[in-house]
Write a protein that binds this ligand. Structure first.
Ligand SMILES: Nc1ncnc2c1ncn2[C@@H]1O[C@H](COP(=O)(O)OP(=O)(O)OP(=O)(O)O)[C@@H](O)[C@H]1O
Length: 689
């Protein structure tokens, strides 16, 4: 039953987010104009045919049979001398309306099922998918003929049943789209902002699927017309003298050689109607005009170099507040504070957190840290080390099929289980891609005032006033203009400011900032960092900052937890960890930081840590960094506990004491053709290498 426009749907899904302006521009294309105009014309002409047709459908002129077009009969006559024009348009209502009915049934079943399966997770999705697979395995035409055998030529009912059968295929296509839309950051943002499941689907998921739904509907409509005509051709249409396109084509096929014209009018109307539906679908599926601006492209390029702009000079320098505010990101083993949730100074405590894929590998294990009010904790590490999974666990926003499998998250002294209750109100999220985190369908005013009204129980006018004030708080001076704007009209930096304002709508106490500056220009990065710093200073917010940029961490964080292969390998105050790293991975990470001190030449090649992070499921016993570590020894192959370090932090290295004693360092000596990091150890007796 491969009747669905999978390619078209996939193509459309790719740009579904540009739906607003994109859809309008697509509808101005010639194909779309032709398709829509013809479909409207044929529909109106068919529905009104009894009012304007020149002859009744059964009116015969036996003296003028099989006539060519004339003034009396514009499209000629059939073998019984009946007027073809009158019959064609009278016959149009049935295929058009019954195909529309088929669409309503197919989407009425397929679309809600896709939304539910995408939302409810893997188990529900599997159950629904298996059921729809059964439906898809049924032989469509044979089944339809069997139905006709039972109920007769009642084409509306037959087409409704066809809709039920096709709903399985509709579901398959829409499921993929719904799943991909649900992963978009603005859907997460809507959930963080307290929207219930129905409203998330209605306000954010469905509008983004509209293009795919329209493409599918247009193509299925054409297929419905053909099936309808095919059934009538086979004799399962309306009984004579009622006209039908299929029967008229069958009648014409008998005279293909002696009176070929007879095939032309009905064949042309049917073909034009199917082509019009397909043209409309193609126009809708065509990519919308690309939106990326030079600014976004530059931002992407900047991400590769990961410069820190004005903050780069401060890279690796201790922050002024670090010492004073340091809480330490301590593992439970190192701190020994099993009951630290009772500590009134700790706003968030994560202990022994594990995250894993259902029936799959563990992605994060044994992660522990604590956070005091008004401080910033940085989660750093290479890509794939589990920073995002850890951060998203704090909001209960893990991807489908991924779940917290162990440990505890204590928020303000109580175990965090009901994430919906705290999302947006107490804990908010700022994500990496501001342009994707805002819903392209809605104005900034709408996106800000909705959560404000919900969280603060205020009216429309007051919500707008608060939105304006929040925009002012995040450094937007022309708030009124920005409120009226749509996301695509904002620059990256402006969009991130709006996202931060959005995160503040529920007056949260904790911000999870997942690489909030990665997608931005260098100068804008600095502005956003300084904005975050000001917010922490002025409002007492706590922040968990996910970053791979040590410059950003040095600049903004009070404490830092360095993650490697799903575990925290070192934690402590940012000042102590960055100034005197205790774990070889932290040393190597600092050595590979692409920071060039002022006045020094830029190296030809950047330093790197040899090897790659072992993927989940392939972590070795013992130290997960051992295979890449210059200091690895036999003892690293065995499991070992974390050790206290940096006064309030910890380090997960069995050779910690030894390396400290020997003042081991791991610097990036980037010269000439050297590509790896050099190891320097101060030769001290007993310092084994
Ligand atoms: N939906 C998912 N299903 C299964 N595994 C996943 C999923 N998303 C991420 N992972 C895996 O989980 C591990 C941790 O990913 P995570 O995104 O937390 O890393 P990260 O340190 O934040 O990296 P990055 O800086 O690239 O975002 C990676 O190995 C990743 O491949």
């Amino acid at each position: 039953m491969s009747v669905l426009p999978l390619d078209a749907a996939a193509a459309a899904s790719a740009d579904a987010t540009a739906a607003g302006s994109g859809r309008r521009s697509r509808l101005r294309r010639p194909g779309a104009i032709f398709g829509a105009t013809w479909l409207v014309f044929v529909l109106v002409a068919s529905l009104t045919a009894p009012l304007w047709r020149p002859y009744a459908v059964d009116e015969q002129d036996l003296a003028d049979r099989l006539a060519l077009p004339s003034a009396a009969h514009w499209l000629g006559t059939d073998p019984l001398g009946r007027d073809i024009l009158s019959r064609i348009f009278t016959a149009g209502a049935l295929p058009l309306l019954s195909s529309a009915l088929m669409l309503v049934v197919a989407f009425g079943i397929g679309l809600p099922l896709a939304l539910v399966a995408a939302e409810r997770g893997r188990l529900t999705e599997r159950v629904i998918s298996r059921l729809t697979e059964v439906l898809m395995a049924l032989p469509l035409i044979i089944l339809l003929l069997a139905v006709i055998g039972v109920i007769g030529n009642r084409l509306y009912i037959v087409m409704a049943i066809l809709g039920v059968l096709i709903s399985a295929a509709v579901y398959r296509v829409l499921l993929g789209v719904a799943q991909s839309v649900r992963q978009r950051l603005y859907v997460d943002a809507a959930r963080v902002n307290g929207l219930g499941s129905l409203r998330v689907n209605l306000l954010h998921v469905l509008p983004s699927m509209a293009t795919v739904v329209a493409v599918q509907a247009a193509q299925l409509f054409g297929i419905g017309l053909l099936i309808n005509a095919g059934l009538a051709f086979l004799g399962f249409g309306p009984a004579e003298p009622e006209p039908s396109w299929g029967f008229m084509i069958q009648d014409a096929s008998k005279h293909l050689f002696d009176h070929p014209w007879l095939m032309v009018p009905t064949g042309t109307v049917l073909a034009l109607t199917v082509v019009a539906a397909n043209e409309l679908a193609d126009a809708l599926a065509a990519p919308a005009r690309p939106e990326p601006t030079r600014r976004r492209r530059r931002a992407r390029a900047g991400r590769i170099a990961s410069p820190n702009g004005p903050t780069a000079g401060a890279a690796l320098a201790p922050t002024a507040s670090a010492g004073a505010a340091s809480v330490g990101a301590a593992t439970e083993a190192a701190s020994g504070r099993a009951g630290a949730g009772a500590d009134p100074g700790v706003v968030l405590e994560v202990r022994n957190l594990s995250v894993g894929v259902d029936d799959g590998p563990t992605l994060v294990s044994g992660v522990s840290f604590a956070l005091r009010p008004g401080t910033v904790l940085g989660l750093v590490g290479e890509s794939g080390c589990g920073k995002t999974m850890t951060a998203r666990s704090l909001l209960g926003l893990l991807p489908d099929g991924v779940a917290v499998t162990g440990g505890s998250i204590r928020w303000q002294g109580r175990e965090l289980t009901d994430f919906r209750a705290v999302r947006g109100r107490e804990i908010a999220l700022i994500s990496q891609e501001p342009m994707v985190a805002l819903d392209p369908m809605f104005s900034v005013a709408y996106q800000l005032t909705q959560p404000i009204r919900r969280f603060r129980s205020v009216g429309r006018a007051e919500a707008r006033r608060i939105a304006r004030s929040l925009l002012g708080q995040v450094g937007i001076v022309d708030a009124d203009r920005v409120l009226k704007s749509y996301p695509h009209q904002l620059s990256g930096g402006m969009a991130q400011r709006v996202c931060i304002a959005l995160a503040l709508t529920g007056e949260p106490k904790l911000l999870i900032a997942d690489e909030p500056t990665t997608a931005l220009d260098v100068t804008v990065q600095a502005e956003i960092l300084s904005l975050l710093r000001a917010l922490v200073r002025d409002t007492g917010l706590s922040v968990v900052l996910v970053s791979h940029d040590l410059g950003v961490v040095a600049d903004l964080c009070d404490d830092v937890a360095v993650m490697y292969a799903g575990a925290v390998v070192e934690s402590g105050t940012a000042a102590s960890v960055l100034d005197a790293p205790a774990h070889p991975y932290t040393m190597a990470l600092l050595g590979a930081n692409p920071h060039v001190p002022e006045g020094e030449p830029v190296p030809l090649r950047l330093a790197s840590i040899p090897g790659t992070v072992p993927p989940p499921g392939q972590w070795p016993t013992g130290c997960r960094f051992a295979s890449r570590c210059r200091f690895a020894a036999a003892a690293c192959g065995e499991p070992f506990p974390a050790r206290s370090a940096h006064e309030t932090g910890s380090v997960l290295c069995v050779r910690f004491d030894e390396l400290t004693r020997t003042h081991a360092t791991w610097d990036a000596e980037e010269v000439g053709a050297q590509t790896a990091l050099d190891v320097e150890t101060t030769p001290t007796a007993g310092a084994a290498r």
